[in-house]
Design a protein around this ligand. Structure first.
Ligand SMILES: Cc1cc2nc3c(=O)[nH]c(=O)nc-3n(C[C@H](O)[C@H](O)[C@H](O)COP(=O)(O)OP(=O)(O)OC[C@H]3O[C@@H](n4cnc5c(N)ncnc54)[C@H](O)[C@@H]3O)c2cc1C
Length: 518
């Protein structure tokens, strides 16, 4: 819980006000007073969370904004000296997973948004090297202004989020390069002892292959700097997708919830064979309805929205029970051949209504998906927060095999737990390659204490019940990191703790991230 202090809105565990004062004073000398914040006004943006816990549980004591790798190195030395913890963020839009706030109270947010140089884009090799503060919008504008023949892959909050933060949290996008960590190549990391490591070929002096060959020599280390607290990533290499000459987004609408089984089994072989090269997103009615209507327009009673109201929304808004979005990319000839394969597979399954842009060009929902699958900037998915209102959102995202039989049981389980606690099933399945992320947005009203309590219990039960059946989540929010780490077992925890002790013996870097602390 939050430790009070006269001067600070929170104190880190085990740190006295005197020690924090000393560290803050040294930060001011290194960074300049204008880059160090301790007052409630400046800290307000770093406190805002969407989780079902009080903000005090994640309140920082201060925020600092370094401008260079050298400044980060000096900050890290000060943190070691005074044993004060820092929580690095890049663009800080980890919304629904904890936003910019630290896992435990009192940690100093290290906001890297001022380090926002696009260091390199190579249009021949289709690579980029960026700093943490670079936003997708900035990179998109850079590419557009120079008319470079490459596309980005971004998550739904696109414009306001950034490739480095998204990738180190192992986020996903919707183009063929949507598994973002897979399409990253090379990192620069400030270690907790203030040394600078370049991974892969970046470790060879004068190398020009840092952004083209991922593996380097010896153990491949990049993975341990994702979803972890072993280093501060200060540069990231990305692979960019060559701009395809032809692009054909489409939607397949299905009438019944149980159709999900056939959908996955029909489309999986096409996805694995890369006939459909991007993640196939299977969106339920309520998720797709959010941009075009509100819950209160169809239901104002208590508890989960009934199926009858969902069917009314489907009819009124021309939505399926499941709405499948995917796209074809390549030369016009390649797209034509693949379109034939896809339409034949859907026809053979005797289910689903497949539609192209020309057939649904009046649909804002389709337009949004088409833009997202082309790596364009759009903020339409934020309409999810108008569905119920009240600003509460926690992503529950279990992984499953890409098999139809898995979907129905996961859906039924999630829906019944959500129903028990009075929440709607607002969900999508994302067929990655051989796996699926089942993404459920647990939406609730943060101003209603009863909903806060219910949402917390609901999320906890989702984790437990899914784990009992062998399902783990691919990512979680800062309020549940420890619990989720428990699901992955004692050996994993022990290895992570040993790595942590070896790399960060004073535990100064983001204690609690992914349940890892010394
Ligand atoms: C409506 C909506 C839709 C969303 N859709 C998607 C989606 O499609 N795909 C998706 O992946 N996410 C999605 N999200 C979740 C989230 O908003 C994105 O993942 C976003 O990209 C993360 O924020 P960011 O890029 O600003 O990263 P940050 O918030 O900067 O970083 C994320 C985390 O990574 C760690 N970190 C950041 N920088 C560093 C560093 N330099 N060194 C070490 N560790 C670091 C920190 O723990 C930090 O909390 C969605 C959220 C909302 C609200």
């Amino acid at each position: 819980m939050n430790r009070m202090s006269g001067k600070y809105i929170a104190l880190p565990k085990g740190v006295t006000e005197k020690d924090l004062d000393a560290a803050i004073g040294e930060f001011r000398r290194v960074l300049g007073p204008e880059q160090v914040f301790t007052d409630a006004g400046h800290l307000a943006p770093y406190m805002k969370i969407m989780l079902a816990v009080p903000e005090a549980q994640h309140a920082p004591s201060a925020a600092i904004c370094p401008r260079s790798v050298e400044q980060i190195q000096q900050v890290v030395k000060i943190c070691n000296k005074h044993r004060v913890p820092i929580w690095p963020i890049s663009t800080g839009r980890n919304l629904g997973y904890g936003s910019a706030a630290p896992a435990t109270p009192g940690q100093i947010v290290m906001d890297l948004r001022l380090m926002n140089r696009i260091l390199h884009v190579d249009p021949e090799l289709c690579t980029a090297l960026v700093e943490p503060g670079v936003t997708y919008q900035q990179l998109y504008d850079y590419i557009e202004q120079r008319n470079l023949p490459v596309w980005l892959s971004c998550p739904a909050p696109s414009a306001i989020a950034g490739p480095l933060g998204n990738t180190v949290d192992r986020g996903v996008g919707y183009t063929p390069y949507g598994e973002h960590f897979l399409f990253s190549c090379g990192m620069e990391v400030v270690l907790p002892n203030a040394e600078v490591l370049r991974t892969g070929m970046g470790a060879v002096s004068n190398s020009n292959t840092w952004q083209v060959f991922k593996w380097g020599y010896g153990p491949y280390l990049d993975g341990i700097f994702t979803q972890s607290n072993f280093g501060i990533v200060t540069k990231l290499g990305l692979w960019l997708m060559p701009r395809p000459p032809a692009y054909k987004p489409f939607v397949i609408r299905y009438e019944k919830e149980s159709d999900i089984v056939g959908i996955v089994d029909t489309l999986r072989p096409l996805r694995i064979a890369a006939v459909i090269p991007n993640a196939v997103v299977i969106v339920n009615t309520l998720w797709d309805a959010a941009p075009v209507t509100k819950r209160a327009d169809f239901y104002s009673g208590k508890g989960q929205i009934p199926d009858s109201a969902v069917r009314e929304i489907m009819a009124a808004k021309k939505l399926g029970a499941w709405n499948v979005y995917a796209a074809l990319y390549g030369t016009p000839e390649q797209v034509e051949v693949n379109w034939k394969i896809v339409t034949q597979a859907v026809a053979a399954s005797r289910n689903g209504d497949i539609l192209t842009a020309a057939e649904v060009n009046d649909s804002p929902v389709f337009k949004y998906r088409a833009e997202l699958m082309a790596g364009k900037m759009t903020l339409q998915e934020f309409s999810l927060y108008n569905w119920r209102g009240g600003g509460g959102s926690m992503w529950f995202s279990p992984v499953s095999q890409a098999k139809g039989s898995e979907t129905l049981q996961q859906m039924a389980l999630a829906k019944s737990i959500l129903e028990k606690h009075g929440f709607d099933y607002v969900a999508e399945f994302i067929v990655g390659w051989r796996d699926m992320h089942h993404i459920i947005d647990l939406l609730f009203d943060r101003s209603d204490p009863a909903q806060m309590t219910a949402a917390h219990r609901c999320y906890s039960e989702l984790i437990d019940e899914f784990a009992k059946r062998g399902y783990g989540v691919y990512r979680t929010n800062t309020a549940f990191m420890d619990k989720v780490a428990g699901i992955y077992g004692p050996v994993m925890r022990d290895v992570n703790r040993k790595l942590k002790k070896a790399l960060d013996p004073n535990g100064i870097l983001a204690p609690g991230k992914s349940g890892i602390a010394i």
